[in-house]
Design a protein around this ligand. Structure first.
Ligand code: ADP
Ligand code: MG
Length: 265
């Protein structure tokens, strides 16, 4: 390729065309393509690869757990969660335009973070923007912002994300300082931008997280208004797989125990 064209393609930021131009121009000359066909082929490649690059950029900024995808989630292990319902959230993502929320409840180790990461990855594949954060970290970040009188701009920054995942709400404690920033975030995004929350305590114990009862009710009210609630009250998947690895022959008995536990809950 001639040096000037090379320079122009760099300047215009068309890396895919730059990479393919020589080959495609040669092919075009050889096969006598009309000019429009050559142009179309070049730009089509640029467009497709641009999409791929954008998705990878968004995956990197999302901080989602990299290898936790829906494809590796064993739905059979959590009978209370409907695979069809989760897949519907992953493919028909217009709920993000309504600012609807997803709430995942269950004890530690049942796959809450895995499931919501998997959903996040699927939404990124569909062209959406997602941010995954530990809830306590986000609270800290917002509290610092408030101290520095830039809470509004910090909240505005989070606005670029269609879905904000707050992992482990239950680990936020009131003694971490006052957490009304979390309420402000919830109120700010209400009916505009989606939030997903994982928690190992039910709503009745969220009073531990918010400043007072009235604020807890107000926060829960907004979150529940347009929401999908996934209850995952099973035995820890981590513990189950550890048991299965230790004693493969006892797997059948472990399965029976699990069934009993689920029924008891
Ligand atoms: P939680 O967030 O509920 O504490 P995690 O999502 O961290 O649980 O799950 C704990 C571990 O078990 C992770 O390695 C996760 O990938 C795995 N895991 C949990 N549930 C499932 C499942 N249903 N299918 C596949 N892996 C699972
Ligand atoms: Mg988790």
């Amino acid at each position: 390729m001639n040096a000037r064209l090379d320079l122009i393609l760099t300047e215009l930021r068309l890396p895919s065309i730059k990479r393919l131009a020589l080959d495609l121009c040669e092919q075009s000359d050889r096969e006598g393509w009309p000019g429009s066909r050559l142009l179309e082929a070049l730009f089509e490649h640029e467009m497709n690869e641009r999409d791929v690059r954008r998705i990878e950029r968004r995956r990197a900024e999302s901080a989602l757990i990299p290898d936790k995808r829906l494809s590796s989630f064993d739905f059979a292990a959590v009978p209370s969660v409907s695979k069809a319902q989760v897949m519907a959230l992953a493919t028909g993502h217009e709920w993000l335009d309504r600012g609807a929320s997803v709430l995942l409840f269950g004890p530690p180790g049942v796959g809450k973070s895995h499931l919501i990461s998997g959903l996040g990855h699927a939404l990124i594949d569909a062209g959406r923007r997602v941010l995954f954060m530990r809830c306590s970290e986000l609270v800290q970040r917002l509290q610092t912002a408030r101290r520095d009188l830039r809470l509004a701009s910090e909240l505005a920054k989070l606005d670029r994300f269609d879905l904000l995942v707050l992992d482990d709400l239950s680990y936020v404690r009131r003694d971490q300082a006052e957490t009304s920033v979390l309420f402000e975030l919830i109120a700010e995004r209400y009916e505009r931008k989606s939030i997903a929350i994982t928690a190992n305590t039910p709503f009745s114990e969220w009073g531990e997280v918010f400043v007072d009862a009235a604020m807890t009710v107000a926060a829960v009210d907004r979150l529940v208004h347009h929401s999908t609630i996934l209850e995952m009250n099973v035995e820890s998947y981590r513990r189950r797989t550890a048991q299965a690895e230790q004693a493969p022959t006892k797997r059948a008995r472990a399965a029976t125990t699990t069934t009993t536990t689920t029924a008891a809950n």
